[in-house]
Design a protein around this ligand. Structure first.
Ligand SMILES: [Zn+2]
Length: 393
């Protein structure tokens, strides 16, 4: 991105971030972004561009040699006139499952993610006994959702191969089944499953889809769950499906953005006071979410506000000194950590949190005692701001 474009973006977002966190107009971009809990706009734009390219199959360093799971193009899906109606039946307890267990071949499918590994399974039953089982493995970056769909897809392929004509396919993943019966969903596995269902119909095979509520205590379901976990854990062999889900890529892109933003914040000359409270932008976001941002909290966490040192710097007050001592500048940290005028409040607060209020403790105290720490800061800041208002006017 060109320097001029970046400068323009910075100017625009500085203004709206200042408005969001109710900051003085002198507050720097880095402080305003951090306190508004917003990512730099130029990085967001780069994120969007990277995601767009990844979706289109342009190789990304983030992806290494993984290939993105692409949605099927609308033009490659059947014409609405050729779509057969699809549905699944819900089975919420053992009795309902029993009722729907008359199919000569029943296939229980499942997907599982365990210890960061992903697996899927199929368990074939005729009436009361398991005939065979199949384990499928997927790479760690895949989702359980992909595993569930992969298992159902494999079940459909088995249906086409098997000489029997009546099948029941059971899954405990409602979202996968909903994706399959919804023609608007262009997930490649869902599209393939729909094609296989159509093919099976042409071969005069009936295939009923069932959603079995998870943990209905059913032996078949539990068995499927167990072998899916086994499949995940012993996934040393080649993966049956290894397209990278978009969710994974988004996460990778976001993590790269945060690294860049962190580095920019750390190396920036600005946001000195903000860094005392929020030394890292990533953890700052967690703290900021808990805070009810006001003009006062922002004055405290930027130093830009009604404090003598700031007022003096911007030529609104003759002296930067605090009332306690002519040689002491009235800064936020002085008021919070040292000023004897605030001794009683500080004493009460330290007793309350059982921790010494020191410069290096501020980030910890802010994140662990957010509310009462800000109450204390607001109390001492308000006193100083009021003193200075009286003197200026
Ligand atoms: Zn003082």
């Amino acid at each position: 991105m060109g320097r001029r474009v970046r400068k323009k973006l910075d100017a625009v977002q500085r203004v709206f971030c200042q408005k969001i966190c109710k900051a003085h107009r002198t507050v720097s971009l880095n402080s305003a972004l951090t306190l508004a809990g917003i990512l730099p706009l130029d990085l967001r734009i780069q994120e969007a561009a990277a995601l767009y390219e990844a979706k289109r199959g342009v190789p990304q360093p983030i992806l290494a040699d993984r290939e993105v799971e692409k949605r099927v193009a609308y033009t490659n899906t059947p014409h609405p006139a050729e779509q057969i109606e699809l549905y699944f039946t819900r089975l919420e307890n053992c009795e309902q499952v029993e009722e729907k267990s008359e199919h000569p071949v029943q296939i229980y499918t499942d997907g599982s993610k365990i210890e960061g590994k992903v697996g899927a399974s199929l368990s074939f039953w005729d009436r009361n006994a398991e005939i065979k089982s199949v384990k499928l493995s997927l790479p760690a970056y895949c989702t359980v959702y992909q595993a569930e769909l992969l298992a159902i897809n494999r079940a459909k392929k088995e249906v086409l191969k098997n000489p029997a004509t009546d099948f029941g396919i059971y899954s405990d993943s409602r979202s996968s089944l909903e994706c399959i019966i919804n023609y608007n969903s262009l997930h490649p596995l869902a599209v393939e499953i729909r094609e296989n269902i159509k093919m099976a119909q042409k071969l005069n095979k009936t295939v009923a889809l069932y959603w079995v509520k998870a943990h209905t205590g059913l032996e078949r379901n539990e068995r499927g769950d167990r072998i899916a976990k086994e499949a995940a854990l012993r996934s040393k062999r080649k993966a049956e499906y290894d397209f990278c889900p978009l969710s994974f890529i988004k996460k990778q892109i976001r993590s790269r953005t945060l690294d860049t933003w962190e580095e920019r914040y750390q190396q920036g000359e600005t946001a000195k006071v903000t860094k005392i409270f929020l030394p890292h932008v990533v953890s700052a976001y967690k703290v900021i979410r808990k805070i009810e941002t006001s003009s006062l909290t922002t004055q405290i966490m930027t130093g830009h506000g009604g404090f003598s040192e700031y007022l003096n710097r911007f030529k609104c007050k003759e002296s930067p000194a605090c009332i306690c001592e002519p040689s002491e500048a009235e800064t936020v940290t002085h008021l919070i950590l040292e000023c004897p005028v605030n001794g009683p409040e500080r004493y009460d607060f330290e007793n309350n949190i059982d921790l010494e209020l020191k410069l290096e403790n501020i980030p910890l105290i802010l994140s662990e005692h957010t509310k009462i720490f800000l109450e204390y800061c607001k109390k001492v800041a308000k006193k100083a701001i009021k003193r200075n208002e009286n003197k200026i006017s």
